[in-house]
Design a protein around this ligand. Structure first.
Ligand code: AMP
Length: 114
């Protein structure tokens, strides 16, 4: 497991507000929420960026979205709407180099993004 902050969360070396876990996926509340609902859904497998996703990761990546839509329903934003975001590298503002899907909801979002 890589030594990112999310690796430490997976290994329970630092705390997080975990809202979902299975063998392959972990989801927890973002520490600096940008919306009333802001959850990060991550693979336990260490994949640094979207560029590093391999063909064999397709089911795992699909699972991130399945977990995201279940959490959207659980947190009551499935009907009102939500945004799913993966930032890749510096122009997108990626800060943590462990792949993560942002689930944002509970307010309106502008499009295009700033
Ligand atoms: P990104 O810019 O896509 O790499 O997003 C990284 C996200 O991780 C940011 O929204 C941070 O607020 C969030 N974050 C960083 N450290 C933690 C942490 N210890 N627990 C929860 N979220 C975190």
């Amino acid at each position: 497991m890589g030594d990112t902050i999310f690796g430490k969360i997976i290994r329970r070396e630092i705390p997080a507000d975990i809202v979902y876990e299975d063998e392959e996926v972990l989801a927890f509340k973002d520490i600096a929420p940008q919306a009333p609902i802001h959850i990060l859904i991550i693979p336990k497998k260490e994949i640094p960026t979207a560029n590093d996703i391999q063909e064999e990761d397709a089911p795992l990546i699909g699972k991130l979205f399945i977990v995201a839509k279940k959490l959207a329903k659980e947190f009551g934003v499935d009907e009102s709407g939500y945004r799913l975001v993966i930032n890749c590298n510096k122009d997108a503002g990626q800060a943590v180099y462990h792949l993560h899907l942002h689930l944002l909801g509970g307010r309106k979002f502008t499009w295009p993004p700033g």
